[in-house]
Design a protein around this ligand. Sequence first.
Ligand code: SF4
Length: 707
Amino acid sequence: MTGISKEKTVKTTCPYCGVGCGVLATVREDGSVGIAGDPDHPANYGRLCSKGSALGETLSLEDRLLYPEIGGKRSDWDGALTLVAEKFSAAIREHGPDSVAFYVSGQILTEDYYVANKLMKGFIGSANIDTNSRLCMASSVAGHRRAFGSDTVAGAYEDLETCDLLVLVGSNLAWCHPVLFQRVEAAKANNPNMRVVVVDPRETATCAIADLHLALKPDTDVALFNGLLGFLSETEALDRTYIEAHTNGFEDAIQAAGACEINRISGETGLTPHDLATFYTMVARTEKTVTLYSQGVNQSVVGTDKVNAIINTHLATGRIGKPGMGPFSATGQPNAMGGREVGGLANMLAAHMAIENPDHRALVQSFWQSPTIASKQGLKAVDLFNATRNGKIKALWIMATNPVDSLPDADGVAEALEICPFVVVSDVTRAADTVAYADVLLPAAAWGEKDGTVTNSERRISRQKKFLDLPGDTRPDWWQLADVARRMGFEDAFHYDGPAAIFREHAALSNAGNNGSRDFDISALKDISPAAFDDLEPIQWPQPGTSVSNGETRFFAKGGFFRSDGKANFIAVSHKEPRKRERRYPLVLNTGRVRDHWHTMTRTGKTPRSSSHIAEPYAELHPDDAREAGIAAADLVEVKSPHGSAVVRAQITGRAQKGSVFVPMHWTDQVSSKGRIDAVVAPETDPVSGQPGSKFTPVAIRKLEFG
Ligand code: SF4
């Protein structure tokens, strides 16, 4: 023994949720990897949740894709990427740029996203690049842009700790953003004045810290927050100075909201007049209020209206952009925010610029020196797969996501991939059912094997760093995309010697031609050296001390919105009665996450620890609904809609709302036969954001009889 340890510890970031916790990964002499929370990372200060703690157990090569495959047979990179380039080029030649598409993921790194977006929008000339983040936060993006003129999340995690009232809407923070929940829990323990309100049809684990749980009827949030706007107005709790100086459209919004008629709102939302009055009074009297919202708001056919109904209440009180105040959308995925920065969605350009704006298009095209630039929005996720099913998409590249299991109407997605003449899948393992539909399969580098950046829910950019060698012939996603771009003839614009070079270009673009009218600017990092990039500490934008608007270092405290007049827009929204349920489909299906699994379990499925909490898919049913259907606890039941069916185990609990059934979204048919709930979910979307309403599908449920 020399006493010299060969252990190596690398600072990186958790690849699961949008909290973006810092992780210390220690590679031991025996090759095993120890995982600990990074005490210096400002997202988690050393904490990790159950998913993050188990990361070291998910790194085995079992099931890994190690070599490129063509038609199910092992190939090499030259053969596979030549074929991809030829097929995409041929489709564009014969059918035009909009005949090809990329469907990417909030799991890929900002550098991957940047190259994919540049290739599709600047060189292919289509905006047909969308992402599974469409399922996660598209309604928040649309709501921000309608209100602020930019997709700006104005707050930070500290605001959740320093507020006196935290309203959690459609967020099971305890399971979906657990470290953030731990921070809130600790803050509440230290602040006797702090109150937490949970707005959720279900009684979730988050209700453990709630002073008030508002179990509203599904999809009635607009009625609740319009009622709040009316109440604030009627009780003189408005900040008229802020409204006057920094906003437009207040009168229209208040008119659309209507008077605060508690009995009417009670009828619409199903909440008691007493609970409504308690909530409204709490908000009216508490200056330091934060409203955090997540998928229960976003995943709705009225998701954007819900977001704006919430934002309206903050604009009306001037409670935005100040410590302990503001609306705050929690992103689901580790790099949903990074995808937004690079414009990796079908309705965005790059660097928070707008595809509809000719000046922005010219600016980006000039920066990229590209032959073309997409001039209109592309197909959003659900539309993209519908178009594929209709034969309009001739070549499709799916990267780091599993739409055959995770998109609504999942059987329809599988059919679309059968129909599509050429499907490329880049992924890490064979665990995703989508892999079976690939004409070309590209083995991607996994977490721990690749380098780049991610941005968390509070706009903090952190490094994901390599601590393991690339196994087999695996390669990072950006490398695959850049190689295909060059083979398609775009020689000069895709020569990168590593992620630092891509990051520099991304940073430079954030301020290209800047006239100060955009929120996202990281141009201070545009000359970062590879060594400095390697050591980059977590950094939030705007960078500390930077004046963002009207001399403020926080967004929107004194206005400074990203519209020509610098004002925010109130958006007039009205409550729409949720879709009527037919007699045949009397229950509302709500899908979501469990504590210890992630997405379609391609990573968390590798460790038994992640299944020790909840081992199989289940349907959470109210006792009255179970009794009516003759279902007992632990019965196997079929959940059915016009789109498909799934088989799960019944769990009967008063935590469920009568008339609703909750089923988690993680299980695939590979893991649990017929457990794939997205086969049941309706592919209906919000008309503004294109986000599917995954929390409201009318379904029927019946007990399966055996023998
Ligand atoms: Fe990872 Fe999210 Fe858990 Fe943090 S809270 S350790 S980012 S899953």
